[in-house]
Every structure is written in C-alpha cells, then in structure tokens.
Design a protein around this ligand. Structure first.
Ligand code: GLU
Length: 511
C-alpha cells in the first residue's frame, strides 16, 4: 500500500518568516495538493531563548495571505495535535529514555565552563573541538564515568543533557530526492544534544519524534538542514522507524541578486526590495522590515515568482497560477544549485498579475490613495482611468503619479517642455483648439478630423509641436495616453479650462 502523502511546514517562531521559508512552505503545499495529501503547520519552539512574540501569528497571517492553506496545524487543530512543540513537551522524555536504554544515547554532565575550557585547549593546539566518538571519553558522561557516579549525579539533580551516540566510523547515507545519495562518515559528526534535564527536547529529537508520530511522509526543507540529515536518518534507525522514515528533499538556497551567498535581510535593505512577506515590526528594537504585501505586491505574483526560484516547469511558461503550479510541480525539476533572487523579475510578475485584475479591483486599490490626496471622483470614472492606465504600473502605489492629471488640473508646466514645444504662435493654435472643442461635436473622430486633419495638417503646422503643447496644457508635462482619448476622458469643459489656463499662464513667446 502506498503511503498517504503528509508534509509539514515546521518554522521556528524566532522572527518574521524569511521569503526563503515562504518558498519552502509553498513547495510543501504544492506537493501536498498535487498528491491529494495533507499539509501540516507545526511550530518548532523548543529553543525558548530564541522565541519572539508575534512571530507565530505573523507566519500564519503571511501564509494565509499567499493562499498557502493547511489541513492541520497549530491554528486549526487536527488529529495529530498538539501542533506546537512546547505543548508536546511531556511526550518527548520517553523517547530520550528509549535511546538511553538501548545504548543510542548517553548522559553528559559537562558544564558550559568545562566545554569552553576544552574548546580553548583544542584551539591552543590549532584544532577544533567536537563532542564526538573520538573525544567523548575525555568528557564527563555516562560512557566515561562509572554507573554509580552517573546514578549519584542523576539522584542529586545535577543538570545534564542527553547526547546522541554516533557509532564510530560508519557511513551514513541520506537519500535525497533532489541531490541523490549524500553520504557522510560518522567520525565527522558531533554527538548532538537531544534532550535537556529541564525536560525540553532539542530541535533534532522533537523534529524526528513529531515527524514520526504525525506520520509525515516527505520532509521538504531548506538546504541548511542537510548537514543535520545524517543524524535524523540515524535517529530513525535508532528508534526502529526506518520503514516509515520520510523521504527527504533539501531545497537549494535563495541567493543574493549578485549570486554570492544567501539572501539576507540586509540585502533587502540595501537593494530596496522586501525579503519578508508582510511588514514586520520588531517587538524588541521597534525596527520595521518591509513586506511584499505592504509594498503592493499581489499574493499570486509572489507565489509565481517564488515557485520559479529553484524550480521550473520544463517549458518556457512563466505565468503560472497556483492551480497551474499544483498540476505541474515536480520534485525532479527542483534545481540543485542556488536560485538568484531577481528584483526586476519580481516587479515584472507583479505587473503581469496586476493586468489580470479587473479595472474594478484596481480602482478599489486606488480609491484610498485618491482620498489621501483629497480627491473626490466618481467611482465609474476611477474605474475607467484605471483600465486605461494600469498597463503602465508595477505597483498600485504608482497610480497617483501616473494618473493625477485625470483628477486635478496641472498648476505648473514643465519648463523644458515649454522650451521645446511652445513656439511662437502657440497661443493662437491653442485658442483654435478651444474653438474646435466649442463648435464640433464632442466625439473622438470629429475632433480628430477638425483639429489634426483640417487644422494642423491642412495648415502644414508641426503636428508634434501643437499636440505636445496641448498635452502640456492638459497634463503639465509631455506624458500620458493618446491625447484625444485623454481629452475625451477628462471632458470638454475641463479641457477647455486647462487650455485657457495654459494660454494665460505661459502666454505668447518671442521668436
Ligand atoms: N524548525 C526548523 C526550521 O526552522 C525546521 C526544519 C525542518 O523542516 O526539519 O526551519
């Protein structure tokens, strides 16, 4: 019988969720959905010293915003709960005890000072200390001390940790779905702490126990966990859970745009793009880290962009909805090498997805901005302007800059444009524009015929100069959509007012 696919996203609530973590969640989600499996949100908070208030709520909100949904988890419950490791604390001790009993683990009593002294001693000999099969005999633990002494220390309540006992000189192979077999020799691995005398497990023990008891079938996580994977494989062996050990897939790193090194929070600050899904206010420092949502990225654009950072569909298709991704995602197309973050591409995706939103939706994003500028405009008019102008924006926040002249008349005129376009005789031409608007039917074709064909062409005037001067009068600078469409949109009266104002303000210029 094939196993039901069950995957988990297992963040530690140590701060805002990095965009790399979001990608990990996304790949898990795509894999789960594609295989009709379950997606679990488990909070790994065994390291209480790194706990940050608000981080868990942030993670839930961010993934919800992106449409990464869970079937079970800390926020919705499920049959395998609790889903927060601190709430599972009582269940881990028995597993540490099982390993101790079966010789897969040992008690270690070394104080922080003793460990430090040991490290220094090694450094003095230009060596690096590692607590492992070669050094454990030098240390104070249940392998080096007598059974009576160990018992005496435990009875007296001396603090201890439980360490994993790697067998010496053993090749350990991790079968990775992306990298193939990765083999490491146990002599190179340190005897990691699994459990502490305060009853708290470490990440390694809790992670394996939880994946096993939650019947996780696939572990899809960042490459930074690959060095821990041999320990995890050995833990499955030690517990006798090899038959149901999950399959591993370690995802490539997200790299800086230049390609050297892991994408960090500082890169975002330096290059002006967010590395977090939502704004994050650090509760300790009060510092604000900006998020994709608040920058005006659409969730579907972020999902599409992240999906392609480290995976490709094997075709040239770039625009992929969540449904497309669910259908097309496959682990075989995840790359082994790191994926370079590309901010221009991120903007491009946002642009593309904005074009797919209806004019109504864009207008709804824009209306609060108009309000901030003190503009009261009819909804239908805003919708029309958004429809006309959305192709020019990457972010909704650019709408005001791109369209303000649809809502208010210019109060100044670009001097460079005046110099270039507003030539002697221009006030006469502009007066003619007003005359045409006042006499011909206010229709695109009629105005086109009267102004462009008959007046400008008919009199062999310079088309660029007249039309750009008209634009200068209406917009204040020489930007904007098709001139007559603009005139039709802002209306006859308003156009006439603006042209008259430009005549009065700029006036006739000398040769
Ligand atoms: N708690 C780990 C993290 O913060 C989870 C690693 C794993 O998925 O095993 O990334």
């Amino acid at each position: 019988m094939t196993r039901k696919v069950r995957v988990r996203f297992a963040p530690s609530p140590t701060g805002p969720l990095h965009i790399g973590g979001v990608r990990t969640a996304l790949y898990n989600y795509l894999f789960a959905r594609q295989n009709g499996g379950d997606m679990i949100l488990r909070i790994e908070d065994t390291d209480q010293t790194r706990f940050v208030p608000g981080a868990e709520a942030y993670i839930i909100e961010a993934l919800d915003w992106l449409g990464i949904k869970f079937d079970e988890g800390v926020h919705i419950g499920g049959n395998y709960g609790p889903y927060r490791q601190s709430d599972r604390k009582p269940m881990y001790r028995q597993y540490a005890e099982q390993l101790l009993r079966e010789g897969w683990a040992y008690y270690a009593f070394d104080s922080a000072e003793a460990l430090d002294a040991k490290r220094k001693e090694y450094e003095a000999q230009k060596k690096t200390f590692q607590y492992d099969c070669n050094t454990r005999a030098e240390m104070e633990n249940s392998l080096s001390l007598s059974a009576e002494e160990v018992q005496r220390r435990l009875d007296s309540g001396a603090p201890y940790v439980v360490r994993f006992k790697f067998p010496a000189d053993t090749e350990i192979t991790v079968h990775d779905l992306i990298r193939g077999d990765v083999t490491m020799n146990s002599n190179l691995l340190d005897d990691k702490v699994l459990f502490k005398s305060d009853g708290m497990p470490t990440y390694h023990l809790a992670n394996i126990v939880d994946d096993h008891t939650m019947e996780v079938s696939h572990v899809i996580r960042g490459e930074e966990w690959l060095p821990s994977a041999p320990l995890h494989v050995m833990l499955y062996k030690a517990f006798g859970w090899e038959d149901t050990m999950p399959q591993f897939a370690h995802l490539p790193l997200l790299l800086k745009p230049e390609g050297n090194g892991k994408l960090s929070k500082r890169d975002g600050d330096r290059l002006g793009f967010p590395v977090f899904p939502l704004d994050w206010h650090d509760p300790k420092t009060g510092e604000l880290s900006s998020g994709y949502r608040e920058k005006g990225y659409l969730p579907e654009a972020v999902v599409n962009m992240l999906a392609l950072l480290g995976w490709n569909p094997g075709t040239e298709q770039e625009i992929l909805s969540m449904d497309d991704l669910i259908k097309q995602f496959n682990v075989a197309h995840i790359s082994k090498s790191g994926a370079k973050f590309n901010v221009e591409k991120a903007k491009w995706f946002n642009h593309e997805y904005l074009q797919m939103r209806s004019d109504e939706e864009i207008a709804a994003m824009f209306e609060p901005q108009l309000k901030e500028h003190g503009i009261e405009a009819k909804h239908d008019y805003v919708v029309k302007v958004c429809g006309m102008m959305k192709e020019r924006i990457n972010f909704p926040s650019e709408l005001w800059e791109q369209t303000s002249y649809f809502f208010e008349a210019p109060t100044e005129y670009d001097p460079a444009a005046i110099k270039k376009r507003w030539k002697p005789g221009m006030t006469t031409h502009m007066a003619k524009v007003i005359e045409i608007l006042n006499t011909v039917p206010f229709e695109y074709d009629a105005i086109h015929k009267a102004l462009l064909d008959e007046y400008i062409v008919g009199n062999q005037l310079n088309m660029g100069q007249v039309m750009n001067s008209l634009r200068l009068a209406v917009v204040g600078k020489t930007v904007g959509p098709d001139m007559l469409t603009l005139v039709m949109t802002i209306g006859k009266e308003e156009t006439i007012r603006r042209v008259q104002r430009a005549i009065d303000t700029i006036g006739e210029v000398a040769e």
